[in-house]
Design a protein around this ligand. Structure first.
Ligand SMILES: [Zn+2]
Length: 317
């Protein structure tokens, strides 16, 4: 006999007379220790809920496992009684109940209570005629019918969108949802423009604090509010720094390009530049300059980090 079998056989039935609760606890523990022996491969998918008057209540999240156990219930009951050695009526049937450890409630996204549920629309005779006129340029009958079908369904989709409050994009003829001002295609173009604009702002005023740049671009690109972030500003500034550094030769501390680069890196106006600041900045930055000397002549320096104190300071102003 295995250890659990010995324990089962020595649980005195009279214990129930002394302490029913304790006996129940011991038997439950005993049953759980044999769980895998009894249920085999599906054991880990089954949760013990309670054992009450011969009814073993279990739970499972897996419907295939539930079916499997229901199908073989008689066999499992027999197996339990054999293993537990508490008589043939220790467990008389198995039932499925509610888990004691239900999985965390996942708030299911209601099946898209679509902001803009489709609206059934019909095309007017004029609208259909307009589609036919467009398709008429195709001479092949079969092809013309295919094109006409496409045009009609497109016209219908557009009409349905208008009925749902869609409107023309701020920059083109495409329709966009009520919540947007610009269509997706224009958004891509506008994003590139925004980046270019930020570079231009720093080109004209390399010392400008980030929050001022942000105010400017937010006013100029109201349709890209979510993208006028300090990160976007810093990223565009880094582009300009890299571009400008490529125009400054190693050792040059006097040209306009060199001074501009220092103003940009330090975010300082021209009048605050001193020879010391220029020398120190360019020395720290020399790895990124044009015509740099061979590697062993200088020490590796990275470009200024994007979240340096300086940036945070100006962003917080
Ligand atoms: Zn557009």
């Amino acid at each position: 006999m295995s250890e659990p079998e010995i324990i089962a056989s020595i649980i005195p039935k009279s214990l129930g007379e002394i302490d029913a609760t304790l006996r129940k606890k011991i038997l439950r523990q005993e049953l759980l220790s044999r769980w895998e022996n009894i249920f085999g491969a599906v054991a880990t998918e089954l949760e013990f809920v309670k054992l009450d008057g011969g009814v073993l209540v279990i739970a499972s999240q897996n419907s295939a496992v539930r079916d499997f156990v229901k199908y073989g219930a008689q066999k499992f009951v027999q197996k339990i009684n054999e293993q537990m050695n508490q008589g043939a009526d220790f467990v008389t049937r198995i039932e499925f109940g509610r888990s004691l450890n239900p999985p965390p409630v996942v708030i299911e996204k209601a099946p898209a209570p679509a902001k803009n549920p489709p609206v059934e629309v019909e095309l007017t005779a004029e609208e259909i005629a307009a589609c036919k006129k467009k398709a008429a340029v195709i001479s092949d009958e079969e092809q013309r019918q295919i094109v006409l079908k496409t045009l009609l369904s497109y016209a219908k989709a557009e009409k349905s969108r208008l009925a749902r409050g869609w409107h023309k994009c701020k920059f083109c003829e495409l329709l966009c949802p009520p919540s947007e001002t610009v269509c997706d295609i224009c958004k891509v173009k506008e994003r590139a423009k925004l980046r270019k604009r930020i570079r231009r702002i720093f080109y004209d005023a390399p010392w400008m604090p980030f929050h001022e740049v942000q105010e400017k671009i937010s006013a100029e690109f109201p349709h890209l509010q979510a993208e006028c972030t300090l990160d976007a500003i810093e990223s565009a500034r880094m582009d300009l720094i890299a571009q400008s550094a490529a125009r400054v030769s190693y050792g040059d501390t006097t040209s306009d390009a060199a001074k501009f680069l220092v103003m940009l890196i330090r975010q300082l106006p021209r009048e605050k530049l001193t020879p010391q600041i220029i020398n120190r900045t360019l020395k720290e930055f020399h790895f990124n300059l044009a015509d740099r000397p061979p590697f062993d002549e200088y020490e590796f320096k990275k470009m200024p980090h994007r979240s340096s104190r300086k940036i945070k300071k100006s962003a917080a102003q």
